[in-house]
Design a binder for this molecule. Structure first.
Ligand code: KG4
Ligand code: ZN
Length: 363
């Protein structure tokens, strides 16, 4: 079995996991095309969440995140190896998220990963965080094969990515301003619902009327009056509209559940419309969702209802693979290792890196 230990510290979860490929030494790939899927066996999956720490400040504090990673990384490493029942000489490669993310946070995982690779004489693989989210799809459903469309909706990212194979992606749409999860977090703060905002809005929206307040969907204009971008979205106007709506209730009791439900409905409709149009226009039979916002009940409902009549399949990985974790990083690492990719130990971390730049991580 080919095994990769993955490390994820790009934001507010310290995570370590081990994923193995049982077929790596067999001739399974000999005659397959270069995109044939590896086996992905999850051997361990450890996540130390920092949510309680950052909740005190209403959002992620980058410096505190980095310090907490430093404290948690060794216990997480020990636990992940113990859970997998493996020793270092049974690990074939070490993968760590090196981009994009909070630089101080990324530095912890990347430095630990490179150091372990050097000390134990293993190949090192820098992993693009968003490619990790894409690999959560394969991890949860080994039958899925590219090409497909990934709708990535997290606190830091909102993108529509055409997945063609390992390291081979095209970004077809994205947000022009706030990420979807960021919009949930900011609106939750406006409504006094605390952090993280997504789960709080989702919960209270269940008791509200999603059609109580019409809110702007936030379309992105094309240059020269050529209409609107079919797949890009924007949430800053929607956020401002919610702010105005809240301000309009000065002194009166705020209909929090109705506002939360109307906001959530608008985001879910906007994302669904774009994802469906994008999949149909590019002949992609499957939409896979990634990122923490994949938990949202309205998004799930709208996507499933819109996809079925169009003959499109929708795949929601289990939530533990949608939110930040190292299993998805190790899973991407297995594939890159199997394909012969290696990162130099001089590889640094990058706060920003487009999904089309994944292969720049390998020398
Ligand atoms: O993927 P993730 O765990 O971390 C990032 O990489 O950002 O996503 C976290 C984001 C937060 O903004 C959180 O509010 C949002 O996902 N989220 C949700 C829900 N659960 C988490 N948003 C909407 N509805 C939910 N049920
Ligand atoms: Zn993420």
């Amino acid at each position: 079995m080919l095994t990769v230990l993955g490390i994820e510290t790009s934001c507010d979860e310290t995570a370590v996991a081990v994923v193995g490929d049982r077929y790596a030494n067999a001739d399974r790939y000999a005659n397959a095309d270069r995109y044939a899927n590896a086996d992905r066996t999850l051997l361990s999956n450890v996540v130390a969440s920092q949510i309680d720490l950052h909740r005190l400040y209403g959002g992620v504090v980058p410096e505190l995140a980095a310090r907490q990673h430093l404290e948690m990384i060794n216990p997480c490493l020990d636990q992940a190896l113990a859970q997998a029942g493996l020793s270092w000489d049974q690990i074939d490669g070490i993968a760590a998220t090196t981009a994009p993310g909070l630089v101080g946070a990324l530095l912890v995982g990347a430095t630990v990963g490179k150091t372990l690779a050097m000390v134990h004489g293993k190949p090192f693989l820098g992993i693009h965080h968003l490619e990790g989210h894409i690999y959560a799809t394969y991890l949860s459903n080994p039958e899925i094969e590219p090409p497909f469309l990934c709708l990535l909706v997290s606190g830091g990212h909102t993108s529509l990515i055409q997945v063609r194979g390992c390291g081979d992606y095209q970004q077809l749409g994205s947000t022009r301003d706030d990420a979807a999860g960021e919009a949930f977090d900011k609106v939750a703060r406006l409504l006094g619902l605390g952090y993280p905002g997504g789960p709080a809005i989702d919960r209270i929206a269940k008791t509200g009327n999603p059609n109580a307040f019409p809110l702007p969907e936030g379309r992105v204009s094309l240059p020269n009056n050529q209409g609107y971008h079919p797949y890009d979205c924007s949430f800053s106007g929607l956020k401002t509209a919610v702010l105005r709506l809240v301000q309009g209730f000065e002194g009166e009791a705020l209909p929090v559940a109705d506002i939360a439900a109307s906001f959530q409905e608008t985001v879910a409709r906007s994302l669904t419309k774009r994802a469906i149009a994008c999949a149909l226009d590019h002949d992609l039979p499957l939409i896979a969702i990634g990122g923490g916002v994949a938990a949202n009940s309205a998004l799930r409902k709208h996507l499933e209802a819109a996809a079925t009549p169009q003959g499109l399949a929708v795949h929601f990985p289990p939530l533990k693979f949608c939110t930040d974790n190292a299993a998805m990083i190790a899973c991407a690492g297995v594939e890159h290792l199997r394909m012969g990719h290696r990162s130099p130990l001089t590889l640094g971390v990058q706060s920003r890196l487009g999904i089309t730049e994944v292969m720049s991580l390998y020398g």
